[in-house]
Design a protein. Structure first.
Length: 419
């Protein structure tokens, strides 16, 4: 871990979305210096699926040696942000650092993304970051060490980072464009930078996206907290940078990154938007069994041949499903396969002892999965991890994500059956 230096002692940090995850990790790192932390987030009451509230986070900050102010803030609401900023100034005498961490995510295509979710992502990620910055900047201009740090990626116009989730990419890049513009606008007055992880970070959001099994492919939020601490310890002329956690920590002399792994030795899932060193990213993704999305796929035969490999996969599926599997799953799946052995197949794990085969399911599917037929065979053979297939755009999922995750258990049984 990067050692605390005391540089943030007495500084006041206004952190959005700090009730959990990366935002809270940054808050606790600064608190160990004796910093004042404004926890600006929505969760005042415990969430049924997500851990932590602004009040539990405040208790942890105080226990770590900092002073805390918990504020209920929806960063889409100008009045709520304004009230929280004023409370912070009244309590701590000013604001020195703003961390724009709060974000919403939906990794869905244009036709699958309801406008409600588009508005949510643009409202929180882009507008919320801009609005919070606008209301905090007058106070930062009075600080001796003013910083804005946005948790957003380097601006990368490679189309691969847009094609599978255009709305999300636009929303996150909106945060990055705030860095690009404000760093120049306030150069010499406020340091404005962006920070992004090299690999996936274990958070509640990541668990919801990829299921419980994704955790071992991640690093902990501590790596982002350490990297943020290093950036926020810089003078105000350190500005306009799009930084990656691993790179900034290497500059600080950190050599052992195993300390940040959730499961030591397990291959790590690369994060989105970073392809400045495609060879290493290709290698990491291929370790997970995926063909990277930014590497053009080979055109498949226009005329489907036999469905032999798919039928063979479903033969093994039929061997391993039974009443116990059906009882523990309770889901109906539809597979829309493209490529050489394209077609529609179904898996009924809701009734009787289960059934599987070609064509539409007997009733409406709970989950529809779209992917190339070759990738489908690899996935059920254990050669392609579902999480990696999903994250790299090889697998598109529509419907109940929880049921989609349950399929991994079935795949494990199939592997034992030696597909």
């Amino acid at each position: 871990m990067l050692q605390n230096t005391g540089k943030l002692a007495g500084c006041t940090l206004f952190i959005t979305g700090a009730s959990r995850g990366i935002g809270k990790a940054i808050a606790l790192k600064a608190a160990r210096d004796g910093a004042n932390i404004v926890i600006a987030a929505k969760t005042a009451e415990p969430h049924p699926k997500l851990p932590g509230t602004i009040y539990t986070a405040a208790q942890e900050v105080e226990a770590a040696g900092g002073k805390a102010l918990a504020c209920v803030v929806d960063i889409r609401d100008e009045q709520q942000i304004g009230d929280a900023v004023q409370k912070a100034v009244d309590k701590f005498g000013g604001i020195d650092i703003l961390v724009n961490n709060a974000s919403a995510i939906s990794l869905t295509g244009t036709l699958e993304t309801p406008m409600k979710k588009v508005d949510l992502m643009l409202g929180i990620n882009l507008r919320g970051t801009y609005l919070t910055s606008k209301l905090v900047i007058p106070h930062l201009l009075k600080s001796r060490s003013p910083h804005i740090l946005n948790l957003s990626p380097p601006l990368n116009l490679n189309p691969v980072w847009f094609k599978n989730h255009t709305a999300y990419t636009m929303a996150k890049y909106g945060m990055s464009m705030c860095v690009l513009g404000m760093a120049e606008e306030f150069r010499g007055q406020i340091a404005v930078n962006a920070l992004w992880p090299r690999t996936a970070i274990q958070t509640a959001a990541m668990d919801m996206l990829g299921g419980e099994g994704v955790g071992k492919q991640c690093r902990t939020a501590d790596i982002m907290a350490d990297a943020a601490y290093a950036i926020l310890s810089q003078p105000k002329d350190y500005t306009g940078h799009f930084l990656v956690d691993e790179d900034i920590l290497k500059e600080q002399g950190v050599q052992n990154f195993d300390q940040y792994s959730v499961q030591l030795g397990h291959p790590l899932l690369p994060d989105f938007f970073l392809d400045e060193a495609p060879e290493s990213l290709v290698q990491k993704m291929e370790e997970h069994g995926a063909t990277p999305a930014f590497k053009p796929s080979q055109p498949s035969s226009a005329t489907p041949t036999s469905n032999g490999p798919i039928e063979s996969t479903f033969s093994v599926i039929r061997e391993v499903i039974n009443e116990e599997v059906v009882k523990s799953t309770q889901g109906i799946y539809q597979f829309d396969l493209s490529g050489e052995h394209g077609g529609v197949w179904f898996l009924d794990l809701k009734s009787g002892s289960g059934s599987a085969g070609p064509g539409q399911p007997p009733v409406k599917a709970d989950v529809v999965m779209k992917m190339d037929s070759g990738d489908f065979s690899k996935m059920f053979a254990g050669q392609l991890k579902p999480t990696m297939a999903f994250m790299s755009g090889k697998l598109r999922i529509k419907g109940d994500m929880t049921l989609a995750i349950k399929l991994e258990k079935l795949m494990g049984k199939m592997n034992k059956a030696k597909l």
